[in-house]
Design a protein around this ligand. Structure first.
Ligand code: HEC
Length: 132
């Protein structure tokens, strides 16, 4: 009987290992602190600027010009579309995540953005939508 361990002695350790592993996985999945100039602006340039720049259809229809940080934060003719710190209630995030009517998903009538790009926009807004 000398090799038999009492289950009670082993379990807390196993649990600790499991928790540490899942915490590490969570950290690995979410991009750490995206920056506006390095991460966010290139995504918007690729997917949105063709319509949301001065004189383009998205800006003409909604007043939303995303080509500058100031324009992005100002929003459209109905007001702000980004609520710093709260991607869940930000209209921009709702649209790109497909949480609004599918007819007005952005980018409008185009292939949807990658999950990674959508996630970067979400983390950036949740961290305060800073001009960083
Ligand atoms: C092919 C053109 C096109 C592209 C690309 C596009 N949009 Fe739009 N967007 C529009 C149009 C047009 C509107 C006006 C509302 C409508 O007609 O659905 C609009 C409206 C919006 C609105 C709502 C503005 C308001 O005040 O209600 C948001 C937010 C938005 N777009 C975000 C984006 C984002 C973010 C991207 C890039 C991921 C993007 N759009 C790409 C054409 C486009």
């Amino acid at each position: 009987m000398s090799t038999t361990r009492t289950p009670g002695a082993l379990h807390p350790l196993l649990l600790l290992v499991a928790l540490t592993a899942s915490a590490a996985a969570l950290v690995a999945c979410s991009p750490s602190s995206p920056s506006y100039s390095r991460d966010v602006q290139p995504i918007l340039a690729k997917h949105c600027y063709e319509c949301h720049a001065p004189g383009k259809p998205g800006t003409e229809a909604s007043g939303f010009d995303m080509t500058s940080y100031q324009g992005l934060m100002k929003g459209g003719k109905f007001g702000a579309l980004i609520k710093p710190g709260d991607a869940f209630t930000s209209a921009l995030n709702m649209l790109v995540e497909g949480r609004a009517d599918p007819k007005i998903r952005m980018p409008h009538g185009k292939e949807k953005m990658s999950d990674g790009d959508v996630e970067i926009l979400k983390v950036w807004v949740n961290e305060g939508a800073k001009d960083n």
